[in-house]
Structure formats: C-alpha cells, structure tokens
Design a protein around this ligand. Structure first.
Ligand code: NDP
Length: 342
C-alpha cells in the first residue's frame, strides 16, 4: 500500500486531500503542530492516518526526523504554509515560513527520503499575478503567468506578503529542480495553484467559531444582519473537493509532472455569494444583506481575465459549480449551528 506524507495535515485543504487518500486505500503520515491536532485527525480519519509533530516548518531541518522515521513514504504532498492576514510582521509570519518550509521539505527528501518519487506542492494563484494586476481588466493570466512582485514590495503589508510568499516558494521549487547537480533528482514535482478555495470542511467537527481564512469570507456574510454593510471580496473561486482531486492527480498521473495546475472554476464577488444564499437557503432569507442582487456578473468585469483551459483539459473533469460550493458550505455551517428561529 503506497504511503503518502502530507505536511500541514490539520489544514482545510489538507484534510480533504487526506480524506480522499484514505478513501482510496492509501496510508497517510501527516505533520501537525501538536499532538492534540494529530489526535483529532486520527479520530476523524481512522487508523490509516498517523502523524508526526512538526511545530514550525521554518525551523532548520524541520522535516528531517519525520521523514527519517517513515522510510515507507514514496510521495510527499507539501500543503503547510501560513494563510492569514492578521499579522504586524508579515515577513516573519508569512514570507519566511513559506520559503523555509519549502526549502526544508525539499532538502529533507533529498537527504533522508531517496525513495520518494513524486512531490506535489500547494501553491496559489498569488504566484501567477499580483493583487494589482488581478484587478486590471486589460490583462489575461494563465498557467504560464508569473506574479512580478519584488521582495521589497512584498514585505510592506500582509496581503502583499502572502502574494510574495507563495511566489517566492514556487520560484524556489522550480529553481531547485532546475539547478540540482546533474539533474539527478529522484523525485518529480507538480504544483497546484488554486484561487480562493471554498467548500464545506472535510468533517463537521471542523466547523469552529472561526473558519479557515477563505471560508471565513462566507461565514462572515451569513452572520451579518439584513441592514449591515458587507465587505467586498472578489477574485477567483474553486471548490476544495476539486483542489483535493488535483493533488491526487498531481502524483498518480505521469502527465501532470512538471505542470502548474491553475485551479479556478470562475470569478466571484461577495454579491454573488449573497445572491446564491438569498435564493437557495430559506432559513437565511430576510436575515442577511441583499446588496444589489444580480450586479455581480457586470461588476466582475473589473477583474483581469483568467484562462485555465490547459489545466482543465489536462485534468479532464468538470469543476464543481460555484453555486454548489457556496450552498454546501453554508448548509454545513447551518447544520452544525442552526439559525435561531425568531
Ligand atoms: P489552513 O490555514 O487551513 O492550513 C494551513 C496549514 O499549514 C495548517 O495545517 C497549519 O497548521 C500549517 N502551518 C501554517 N504555518 C505553519 C508553520 N509555520 N509551521 C507548521 N505548520 C504551519 O489553510 P488552507 O488549507 O486554506 O491552505 C493550505 C495551503 O493552500 C496553503 O499553502 C495556502 O497558501 C494554499 N492556498 C489556500 C487557498 C485558500 O483559499 N484556502 C488559496 C490558494 C492557496 P495550524 O493549523 O496548526 O496552524
């Protein structure tokens, strides 16, 4: 039975990946920051999931011991990386862990896990364009595009830092492969570059008071009153279940080697989420903002265009529609904590 090593196992996306891996009969070794997080995962995932503790992916040699302990692992999925914006030191909290975590896992594979043949790394659309360029309707981005942010620009604020972090991490990956002496690395790499990832948590128990950064956008909307102002969020959207499937394709299939899987099912605005919720979730009707129904598709034209047809053609399945993603996410939140009756 193939054994897969997944960094950041407690994460929103990672839990979906691991749930899928276990359902397909793989054994999974995850890294988590504490034994309590590991124990929660074991109780959700069963005995084909075990864990190793890696408190900080940016510490020197962070993954060495964990990989040494598991000579049976032949595939590494590197998902761990900070994804939040609430920091006063974005370089320390976002950029450095993203880069060092990536360096550490690649070095650990080379030094201690020569049996590993495939690696999939969770990157981002933030490596494809800058926030400024994403909002320029004259531009078009695809799998060949690169964010042009510099390190000096990236350290300035948390959002820029997140974009820079994912870019610098990805640059390291491809540079490491290209420059490895003699081109004799034992493992091949695929990157998964998602836009905003939404969808239900892998397990109802993960519906906590605050959700992971992307899903919190939806949770915040449904906690507003009908007359409250809502924050304008916009960008690409993709369902977490498609992102999990892409990680599996990233190591099971030969034709994904060396590819950047640009995972987007389309673009969204907060208004479009509100429209879907107002039209499809009866228990929230009249209880959340209405905004300007129907204005989303017009307003979205202020964003740059994206074209991920190369990824879609390669993967070959229909991505989950945004409407289903939003409805499933909201229904799970309400199932765990129903809206009180007035
Ligand atoms: P989560 O915050 O849910 O998961 C992040 C994971 O990384 C957690 O397991 C977290 O551990 C771990 N982690 C973060 N920093 C460290 C650190 N310094 N040391 C050890 N572990 C660390 O985020 P997602 O699941 O949403 O994101 C997973 C990946 O996908 C990230 O690489 C993110 O950049 C990328 N991504 C996410 C998108 C989204 O919309 N969700 C969009 C595009 C890319 P802990 O929980 O203990 O803090």
């Amino acid at each position: 039975m193939t054994s897969i090593f997944v960094t950041g196992a407690s994460g929103f996306i990672a839990q979906h990946i691991i749930k899928l891996l276990v359902s397909k009969g793989y054994k999974v070794v995850g890294t988590v920051r504490s034994s309590s997080k590991g124990a929660d995962l074991v109780s959700n995932l069963g005995s084909n999931f075990t864990y190793e503790i890696v408190p900080d992916i940016s510490s020197p040699n962070a993954f060495d011991e964990a990989l040494k302990t598991h000579p049976e692992v032949t595939v590494v999925l590197h998902t761990a990386s900070p994804f939040f914006f609430d920091t006063t030191d974005p370089e320390k909290d976002l950029i450095i862990p993203a880069i060092r975590g990536t360096e550490n896992i690649m070095n650990a594979i080379v030094e201690y896990a020569p049996q590993v043949t495939r690696m999939v790394v969770t990157l981002s659309d933030a490596a494809i364009y800058s926030l400024v360029d994403e909002c320029n309707p004259e531009l078009l981005f695809n799998e060949q595009s690169w964010n042009n942010i510099t390190y000096e620009e990236a350290v300035k604020d948390p959002v820029a830092a997140y974009y820079g972090a994912k870019l610098f991490a990805e640059k390291h990956v491809w540079k490491f492969l290209k420059e490895y002496p003699g081109n004799k690395l034992n493992f091949a790499v695929t990157s998964v570059n998602p836009v905003y990832v939404f969808g239900p948590q892998a397990f109802d128990l993960e519906v906590k008071p605050t959700l992971n950064t992307s899903n919190q956008v939806i949770k915040t909307l449904i906690e507003l009153g009908p007359n409250d102002a809502f924050e304008l969020n916009m960008g690409g959207a993709v369902d977490v279940r498609d992102v999990a499937l892409a990680h599996i394709a990233g190591f099971e299939r030969e034709d994904t080697i060396g590819r950047r899987l640009f995972m987007t099912s389309g673009q969204f605005l907060s208004q479009m989420m509100l429209d879907i919720i107002n039209e499809n979730i009866p228990s929230l009707q009249g209880k959340i903002p209405r905004g300007t129904p129907g204005s989303g598709p017009q307003d979205i034209r202020s964003l740059a265009k994206t074209d991920n047809s190369a990824t879609r053609n390669l993967l070959g399945w229909e991505f989950t529609p945004f409407k289903k993603t939003v409805i499933d996410t909201v229904n799970q939140i309400l199932h765990v904590k129903p809206v009180p009756k007035i």
